[in-house]
Design a protein around this ligand. Structure first.
Ligand SMILES: Cc1cc2nc3c(=O)[nH]c(=O)nc-3n(C[C@H](O)[C@H](O)[C@H](O)COP(=O)(O)OP(=O)(O)OC[C@H]3O[C@@H](n4cnc5c(N)ncnc54)[C@H](O)[C@@H]3O)c2cc1C
Length: 494
């Protein structure tokens, strides 16, 4: 039997490993524990990182009867009680949102977390309008007309990341049995030592601020793109910075919101500096993700609300040349847009509604990078989510890839437990690496190529890529394939 929970006999607080006659002194399991004792704790799984990936993994393990007996711990630098109790008024939205594919939503439902997410704050969409800002070539994805591509005609669910993590924490509280060390940073990770009656030389030992030590049969790195767990395991992460920042904001739209002809559409326009996307939130709100140069991002963040709004409306309407000019102005964007719109023809049905407001304090930016770890596993180590891979947000896939990792690793651990294997051994973990590495690698490559293809503002590539986009738009099976990939259902191109 692989799990400590199955291998131990209990004598008060003392557990004896039956198969290897090793004696482990445990503390009883706590929830939201404070990290103060210097007594070592032994766990089957220690997960560093309580973001979407780490919380989903622990929920999946606790929700599954085969793995629910495992001793699991979570280490997170932030105060998780604040995230669990997170609340905003119905007309205010966080600026960090993600599009969850139906596949990810189904997984969250299967582990009992979906019902803990505030559904009134989630907006699904059924149509995507994507176009080339230079040539105007366009591709339309309409799931409502092709509901076979994904169930219910839904492409994705726009969700605030905090709504998701708050829902996961509520579900974890309901399940119980996780030792949570929050507000606790990982100070150091090393290997254990050989002790008189116990050989822990291959067990990672996570040392927390305050001195507590956690011994891990399996150490999971869900600790983001700069993963300390990955560094400890000596796993290289390769890639490049895009020299682009993703500017995010919560926008208010004119009219009554995403109703009638504007029903639940996501818009993305490829500009030579990077794609700008407006994705629906409930009511007449929308979330912005605008990938642009660090200089443009700095200007956008410095503008007063009315000038910022003018820039966003310009990004979906004006030519890239006009937009570039407006990026060089330190003020006066609103006036400039009003004048330029008189000379710019566009079809109002193919672009998003006019933005009329931006919520205070929501304009922020994040540097964009591509990274891929050489492997997702090592002896007693597994990486999931951004710790394993970081992708350009143009296809909204980063968090969804992490959910795919979680499903695969939870299955791998379940298999090891039910087949009496050591769940931390490289052999047990191999199927996780094999399943996820290749799948993520393909998506990372595709998004990277799309970013590069559309970063070209002129020359022979422009008509070629437009021809490609128009051709795909006219080609039923290929379009269907792309739609199913975006929805996470992974249909084959036949
Ligand atoms: C602008 C933008 C838009 C995006 N849009 C989308 C989208 O539409 N759809 C989508 O699927 N993805 C999207 N993504 C990607 C998505 O946000 C990430 O892939 C996802 O949040 C990663 O989750 P994670 O749990 O792997 O890592 P993180 O969210 O980075 O969580 C890591 C956690 O580890 C903790 N941690 C780190 N170091 C330590 C330490 N030493 N000790 C203790 N704790 C530690 C951190 O506090 C953090 O809570 C977007 C990204 C950006 C930048």
């Amino acid at each position: 039997m692989a799990g400590l929970g199955r291998r131990v006999l209990t004598f008060g607080t003392r557990f004896v490993c039956r198969s290897c006659t090793q004696r482990f002194q445990y503390q009883s399991s706590r929830t939201f524990a404070s990290a103060s004792s210097s007594e070592p704790d032994f766990y089957d799984v220690v997960c560093v990182g309580g973001g979407p990936a780490g919380l989903s993994l622990l929920t999946a393990l606790r929700a599954n009867p085969t793995t629910s007996h495992l001793r699991v711990a979570l280490v997170e630098a932030q105060d998780l009680s604040k995230i669990r109790d997170w609340r905003l008024p119905a007309d205010r939205f966080s600026n960090r949102c993600s599009s969850l594919t139906p596949t990810s939503a189904r997984h969250l439902d299967s582990i009992g977390a979906w019902s803990h997410i505030q559904r009134s704050r989630v907006q699904e969409y059924q149509e995507m309008q994507v176009w080339d800002g230079v040539s105007g070539a366009r591709i339309e994805f309409d799931w409502a007309q092709d509901s076979a591509a994904s169930e219910g005609g839904i492409i994705a669910y726009m969700t605030e990341n905090l709504n998701l993590t708050s829902g996961l924490l509520k579900r974890l509280k309901e399940l119980g049995g996780v030792s949570i060390f929050d507000g606790a940073k990982v100070e150091h990770i090393s290997f254990g030592s050989e002790q008189p009656d116990l050989d822990l030389r291959q067990w990672p030992v996570v040392q927390l601020s305050g001195g507590r030590e956690l011994y891990a049969r399996l150490l999971v790195g869900a600790d983001g793109v700069n993963s300390p767990v990955r560094t400890f395991a000596g796993i290289e992460s390769r890639g490049w910075d895009y020299d682009r920042h993703g500017v995010v904001a919560t926008l208010e739209l004119e009219g009554d919101g995403w109703g009638g002809e504007y029903s639940k559409v996501a818009y993305q326009r490829f500009l030579p500096t990077g794609p700008v996307a407006m994705l629906p939130l409930p009511g007449n709100y929308s979330t912005l993700v605008w990938s642009t140069t660090p200089e443009n991002a700095a200007l956008l963040k410095s503008l007063p609300p009315q000038e910022f709004i003018a820039m966003v409306n310009a990004a979906f309407r004006l030519s890239p040349v006009d937009l570039e000019f407006m990026h060089k102005q330190t003020s006066g964007q609103e006036e400039e847009l009003a004048w330029r719109l008189n000379h710019t023809p566009f079809d109002p049905h193919l672009i998003p509604q006019t933005v009329v407001g931006v919520q205070e304090g929501t304009v922020a930016s994040f540097p964009l990078k591509m990274r891929h770890a050489d492997t997702y596993t090592g002896e007693r180590v597994a990486l999931i989510g951004d710790a394993a891979h970081a992708i350009h947000p143009l296809a909204g896939q980063g968090l969804n890839q992490g959910q795919g990792d979680v499903q695969s690793l939870a299955r791998t651990i379940e298999y090891a437990v039910s087949h009496g294997q050591d769940l931390g051994s490289t052999l047990s973990l191999e199927s996780y690496n094999a399943e996820r590495y290749a799948a993520n690698h393909v998506l990372l490559g595709v998004c990277d190529k799309i970013h590069k293809l559309y970063s070209v503002g002129s020359g022979p590539l422009v008509p070629l890529r437009s021809l490609g986009l128009n051709a795909v738009n006219a080609m039923g099976p290929l379009k269907k394939f792309l739609m199913s990939q975006a929805a996470g259902s992974g249909a084959k191109l036949v």
